[in-house]
Design a binder for this molecule. Structure first.
Ligand SMILES: Cc1ncc(COP(=O)(O)O)c(C=O)c1O
Length: 417
């Protein structure tokens, strides 16, 4: 399957990408645009998939499209054979356009507009999450053959983006009632899902949630269901200085305890940021500068750059991310208290406040790593500032592997379907 052709914005390289070095070389040669630029390392995504398979061999990843819906990222993951977590008709259409089979898609939005539900039915995307009585009744009416996964709430003590306030029924009180109701409606419920919160900082919560799911598998069996799918959601970190080792060892231990491999239960997850965060490095440039003085004394320096919170740094607001600026200056230069602003006229458009930076000049670069998750799909060109371009890089050995791959869609949700 030949999916990636080298082109102007797609570079094949022989060594691992050093994004900061590429930006440094551009800066020296003067070969730079005024616009912000992402360098996306596709080999990093391919390495992440290998790490996932090694770390949690029993858990099949269904990539959460919402996190970064770049066509190249989606095609890479489709070729690697991951499944996909889609939240809407648009996301389902997007991944199916790359040849992804309906059985490799979970419609993981517990609240579905009717037209999106009907589209899922037309496309044969039958596995979907629910967490309320109203959703069960809606599905009974519009897609009675759907295969339902009941989403329960089990929140991490600390996470970057908690989700439990919005989604997930109470596993002790509401879930058994919903299972009973589904049974009385003749609906097909096939398993349990949860999402502990995105950017989970409480690894033991996975053990708690898996145990709660086990209880509900047993309850469902007592009323006549035979559950076959456990979906452990997202929450896995993806930045350069993080790993999934602790979460993986807790998950592996819990699934071996509660869902031994002799069971006919398929276990999936919906990782988003794990796959893409570290793959993207954003190169911004200073286009304006101002020194702030108070009582005649230097207070700080303001830099205005070509991307801001209405663009990529929407992640500061929506993803509660703290970003760290990197410059191309020598490390021994004197540092000054600095604030970085985005390009729009809005004072909310602040990228970082009171950070220590060397003196920068107009056109100098400020670089941000770990910018691949929950940035590009949410960004807007507010105030007429264009969104960053993306250049993709892949190591030749990976491109050859990927282009030689024929066995796509390794991960099928429903056995025998
Ligand atoms: C239903 C669902 N699944 C998966 C994800 C991806 O989560 P993460 O990026 O933490 O892996 C999200 C994120 O919000 C989500 O809402």
């Amino acid at each position: 399957m030949k999916l990636i052709e080298p082109s102007n914005n797609f570079h094949v390289i022989d060594e691992p990408l050093d994004a900061i070095d590429v930006i440094r070389q551009r800066s020296v040669s003067g070969n730079v645009d005024e616009e912000p630029l992402y360098l996306c390392d596709i080999s990093d995504i391919i390495n992440k998939h290998a790490i996932w398979k090694r770390s949690m061999p029993r858990v099949l990843p269904f990539y959460a499209v919402k996190c970064n819906d770049s066509p190249i990222v989606l095609q890479t993951l489709a070729t690697l054979g991951t499944g996909f977590d889609c939240a809407s008709k648009g996301e389902i259409a997007m991944v199916m356009n790359y040849g992804v089979a309906p059985q490799s898609i979970i419609y993981a939005n517990p609240t579905k507009p009717i037209s999106h539900l009907k589209f899922a039915a037309e496309m044969n995307v039958s596995v979907m999450t629910v967490d309320s009585e109203f959703e069960l009744l809606k599905i009974k009416k519009h897609y009675p053959d759907a295969k339902l996964i009941l989403r329960i709430r089990c929140d991490a003590k600390v996470s970057q983006c908690p989700l439990g306030e919005k989604y997930g029924c109470n596993p002790d009180t509401e879930a058994p009632e919903l299972i009973d109701l589904a049974m009385s409606l003749g609906l097909k419920v096939i398993g349990i899902s949860f999402h502990v919160g995105s950017g989970c900082m409480d690894p033991p919560v996975y053990a708690k949630a898996i145990q709660a799911a086990r209880k509900l598998f047993d309850f469902a069996a007592s009323v006549g269901y035979h559950f076959t799918l456990l979906d452990i959601g997202g929450g896995f970190p993806g930045d350069k200085d993080t790993d999934i080792n602790e979460i993986a060892s807790i998950v592996n231990r819990s699934i071996d305890l509660h869902f031994p491999s002799s069971d006919d239960v398929t276990i999936i997850a919906e990782p988003g940021r794990f796959y893409v965060s570290s793959a993207y490095t954003l190169a911004c440039r200073v286009h304006s500068k101002r020194e702030i003085h108070q009582n005649g004394k230097f207070k700080s320096v303001y830099y205005y750059i070509n991307d801001g919170v209405y663009g990529s740094f929407n992640c500061n607001l929506y993803d509660h991310k703290i970003v760290y600026p990197i410059t191309l200056k020598a490390t021994d230069e004197e540092l000054f208290k600095s604030t970085i602003w985005g390009p729009t006229c809005d004072a909310l458009d602040q990228v970082c406040e009171n950070v220590s930076l060397p003196q920068l000049n107009i056109d100098d670069f400020i670089i941000f790593e770990n910018m691949g998750a929950y940035t590009i799909p949410i960004a807007s060109p507010f105030n007429g500032f264009p969104l960053p371009k993306v250049e993709y890089y892949v190591q030749r050995k990976h491109l050859e592997d990927i282009n030689a791959t024929t066995a796509s869609h390794e991960y099928i949700l429903l056995r025998g379907n």
